[in-house]
Design a protein around this ligand. Structure first.
Ligand SMILES: [Zn+2]
Length: 103
């Protein structure tokens, strides 16, 4: 079921119109603070808000917040997510890669 049909099944919805907005382009910078909180609740580390001066970025553990993590696989279930391992709480977690126009 696509998203439009799923929304149409809601009893309070009478009509659905979808408008694709390509400008400005979506980037992970547009994920709200609440979105970051919700991703962590789901066990996914949100994309970092800033890059280091050398162009690298760092992810903290989605579960305990530890910076003591290693990357197990650059690609997770989707190309925009990676699989990391936390050496502090011993959990495997996913992290969203940053998608930014600043990169
Ligand atoms: Zn952890």
């Amino acid at each position: 079921m696509n998203t439009i049909n799923a929304v149409k099944e809601l009893p309070e919805v009478k009509d659905v119109q979808v408008e694709f907005v390509l400008h400005p382009p979506w980037t992970s910078d547009r994920i709200t603070e609440q979105g970051h909180v919700n991703l962590r609740k789901f066990g996914i580390a949100p994309p970092p808000r800033r890059m280091e001066a050398d162009g690298t970025w760092h992810i903290d553990c989605a579960y305990c917040g530890s910076a003591y993590v290693t990357m197990d696989n650059i690609f997770g279930p989707t190309a925009c997510r990676s699989i990391l391992y936390c050496k502090s709480c011993k959990n495997v977690f996913e992290a969203m890669k940053p998608v930014s126009t600043l990169m």
